[in-house]
Structure formats: C-alpha cells, structure tokens
Write a protein that binds this ligand. Sequence first.
Ligand code: ZN
Length: 392
Amino acid sequence: MATVTSTKELRQFNKKRVVEALRNQDACTKTEVAAELGLSFSTVSNICNGLIAENLLLAKESGLNSGGRSPYLLHLNPDGRGTLCLDFTNPNRVGVAFVNLHNRILARETLSFTGLPRSFPELSDLIKLTSTRLLQEIHLSERALLGTGAVIPGVYSNHQRIVTNCTNPWIEGLDLKAILAEIFPYPVVWVENDANLAAIGASLFARTSPTVLFIYIGQGIGLGIVHKGKIFQGARGFAGEIGHIPLGDPTLKCYCGNTGCLEGILSVPGILRRYQKNRGAPSGDLDRKEVKDFLAAVSRGGRMITGLAEEVGLLIGKAASIMANIIDPEAIYVGGELLPFLKLAFPSATAEFARRVLLTEARSISLRLAEATEDLLYAGCAETVFQHWIPE
Ligand SMILES: [Zn+2]
C-alpha cells in the first residue's frame, strides 16, 4: 500500500498498522497503541473494536485502575487468522501447512508420491483435499485465511508471469500464481523463491539482525538476501541466483553448458553424484532410494564420507566468504536438504570461512547451520503473505 488515495484505503492502512503494532508485543492499551502510531484515540478505538469483532484481537480488563473502570489490555489473537503455505522445493513431495499470525505452524502434512500424480491438476486436487482436511482439524474457516504462499526452487517472474529457472519440473513454466488464485480464492497469493523465504524465516528468529543471508542447498543452490525484513530481489528479480557462478570443479560439465558451476557440487544431485563417483558407482538418474542410501552411509561415517564432507564444507566456506565480503551481513545461514551431511560438512565450512574473511570487523559475521529449514520456509512464507495482506 504505497500511496493512500481514498478514505477506505486510509482505514485499511491504519488497520494494518494497528495489527502490526499488536503483533510485535504482548499486550497494550488503546492509548498506548494510539501514542505509538501517532493516531487519535478514537481512530484506534474504532479499529480495535472492529478487530475484536473479527476475532483478531482479544481484550481483557487490565485491573490497573484502583477506582472506576480499568483500561482494556489488547492482545493479538495469533490463531485468529492463518496462511496456507505450500512447499514445492522437492519434485517428489509437496508440503502443506497452515501457519498462524505468529508464524507458528498449526498443522502440516507432506504429500509424498509413491505413484507420481499424472498431471499438475491431479497434484493440485491432492493439495486441495489435504488443505481442506487440515483446515477442519485446526477449526479455522476459509474466511479466516490471509492467503496462500508457495515456496519454489526457482524464480516467479512477475514480468512474464511464469515460474522460471526452477528445479521442480511440476511447476516450471506455469503461472503458479494464477493457478493457485483459482484453486484457493483467498485475499493474497504469493509465490517466492526458497532461499529468499528461508532468509526471511531466519531473520524473524534473529530479530536484532537487519541483514541476513541464507545459502539454501536443495535440488539446486540459492542465496536469500534479507535486509530490514525485506527480500532483496535485484533489478529483475533474480538476485541470489548463485547456482552457475564458476566456483565449483572446473572439470565438471554443468547442464547449463558451462563447466565449474557451484550447483554441480553444492546441491543434492551434485553431492549424490560426487558420492557415487567416489565409490565407483555409475551415476544414473537420482531417485529417493539413493538419497536414503546416502543418508545411511552418512550415519555410518567412514573415510570416504568424511572426505566428501570436507570437500563440500570447503566450498560452502568459500561461497559464504564471498557473500560476506560483498554484502557484510550480521549472519549467514546454511541449510536445506541432507541436514545430517551438512552437519558433517559444517566444521570445514566454518574453518574455511574464517580463513577467507580477513577484516577484523568482518570476523564477527557468524556462519550458522539452520537445523530446521522447513520450519523457516513456512515461517518466511507466512510472513511474506502477511506483508502483502491488506485488511478489509
Ligand atoms: Zn551451470
């Protein structure tokens, strides 16, 4: 809501500000909200009464006055609204979750495909059935939903209105925003890159950090850049698409036609290919069984796995040090899939990072492993939908 041109828009703008103010604190009175936002008491009072009627705010007497009526303390009702979040980061599964106004997950389910759906419409029917059932389980009505957010391992081009540069073939080339708007007619539909949403999620839990980076290792690799709670998109919307920067193995040919791309090693297929090559196995099409076998090998440990973890960690450390030197963030998170392996790789990542970040001040930049990336994706997704939501 960049410019306010009507009385209705002004009311919506102020309503959103009141919700935001109450979302960031435990409880306060109407007088305190009015003072914080520089609005009149009557404006805030009217808005709050409306929000109480909508079940978005809860009010109880504060008991602060010894004589007469005490002022009401207002709390946000975090479960008064929800957001449907869909995780499309892996082509073999779709995550469906409902998230409340405090970015807490109320219900979640992962649809894993044993027999692949035949088409995207079939997949979307499955998603719709699951979301309807979850909604009933948490006793939330469709009217209480702010919107739908989709996490994608690619870019949604607002200009071309399609998903591009995406490692999930189910959604590549689709106008996912339009499709989701038709299936889920809620106020907001937002489609956003996985690394960007992971960075938003991480920044929510590190509230003191205005600049946070997230290196997301999934079917590809992406970098999310968040500054003061907002995603840095770049001029054309693909800032952080670091998969094909030439920092990898120069002898390794990439599907993009070049050699030495970062994604050739720092991605789930890249790590699995390296693993297969090291053990002398033929590299065919990667499937879920191979991921399972690899993770079993990781838990067994051994010299080959340790060596691979060191090699991958070294590359993570190098990539992170370059980002640190360009952006100067408070923190850089690393996360995504294959977490047990990333844990093994992390010590060599932090050692290499420390070797390559030389400025004394920059040494305080912390490189952190994200232990629950899926939760961060859902939190970042819900937060982004909230940011775009305009109250009625
Ligand atoms: Zn490439």
